[in-house]
Write a protein that binds this ligand. Structure first.
Ligand code: PEP
Ligand code: MG
Length: 310
């Protein structure tokens, strides 16, 4: 990991007045993790495991999975790696997962919900992650996608901890954001998925070009939910990351830090610009930008209000 290689930014992520923010990478497999390790990132904030097995007709064995996860962990030996259990279904259908025919797949059996009918998929995946962790120096955290209820968070944390894993959940369903204090009481950390959180908050398909004005993470309603989750994290003393593409926008990154988010993970290509921008502003400026953006009622006004502060 070569944070110091990028000209103009010495990394790790830190505001001008020394407030630490982990800048992390989203990756899909060993190859993308190795590529990310030459970028100025402190670790991996989202390993989308479903992308490593998209073409498989049959479920990968525990050994196959462990070998694949090891590749990613080894690319970030000594660093933080957040691995996500399968987020299959909806925009990521997988051949070895029995998905029902549904009129609204984004609102259907996807992500962690698949384990209700096929618990063995999640159990064997957690076994494989635990096996890979036993063999690596990376600091591995595991989280579940598409958590909507406190009970789902509790169940997942129990399964992960039974295998000695640090357990978290994604906050990407508004219901989980609204109950963030109760969700945080069950887990060690949360990570906000702004791509889906925006889709579900605005009731607008994230894949629709026509609805792009609605699926804008600068929507003040989305920022308000992020603010609630970050405040709950601070009260609980637990990390709150963001791992959606919102974290790739340098100005929005300042706002997210001002809201209280503790790590930012996105496409690795964005890390240098985000790190450089954060290094030019103080935490107080980020907080002022966050308050100004929250006080607006549309994305353009939120951008302008934040931009005037940092
Ligand atoms: C998100 O929803 O913001 C996220 C990071 O997960 P994915 O894009 O894989 O759904
Ligand atoms: Mg998501």
């Amino acid at each position: 990991v070569q944070a110091e290689l990028v000209a103009g930014w010495a990394g790790p992520g830190r505001t001008a007045d020394g407030h630490d923010v982990d800048i992390l990478a989203n990756v899909a497999d060993g190859a993308s993790a190795r590529a990310a390790s030459s970028k100025p990132v402190a670790g991996i904030g989202l390993f989308r495991t479903e992308l490593a097995f998209l073409d498989r007709a049959t479920a990968p064995t525990v050994q196959e999975q462990a070998a694949s996860y090891r590749e990613v962990f080894d690319a970030f030996s000594g660093h933080k790696v957040v691995i996500r259990t399968l987020d299959a279904g909806s925009d990521k259908p997988m051949k070895f997962v029995d998905s029902p025919d549904e009129a609204n797949p984004a609102l259907g059996v996807r992500g962690n919900r698949i384990a209700d009918a096929q618990p063995e998929l999640r159990d064997t995946q957690l076994d494989a992650i635990a096996a890979a962790v036993a063999d690596t120096d990376a600091d591995v955290w595991v989280m579940a996608p598409m958590i909507a209820t406190v009970a789902e968070a509790r169940e997942f944390a129990g399964l992960a901890r039974a295998r000695g894993l640090k357990a978290g959940v994604m906050i990407e369903v508004p219901a989980a954001a609204l109950l963030a204090p109760q969700v945080l009481a069950e887990v060690d950390f949360v990570s906000i998925g702004t791509n889906d959180l925006t889709q579900y908050t605005m009731a607008a398909d994230r894949m629709s070009a026509e609805l792009a004005a609605l699926t804008d993470p600068w929507q003040p309603a989305v920022l308000s939910l992020v603010s609630m989750v970050a405040a709950a994290g601070r009260a609980a003393g637990k990390p709150v990351g963001v791992c959606g593409e919102a974290a790739a926008d340098p100005l929005l990154a300042c706002v997210l830090v001002g809201l209280g988010v503790t790590s930012l993970s996105s496409a690795p290509v964005a890390a240098a610009a985000v790190g450089a921008r954060l290094g030019q502003v103080t935490l107080a400026q980020c907080e002022a930008a966050a308050s100004a953006a929250l006080a607006t009622s549309d994305p353009a006004a939120a951008r302008a209000a934040a931009g005037a502060q940092v």
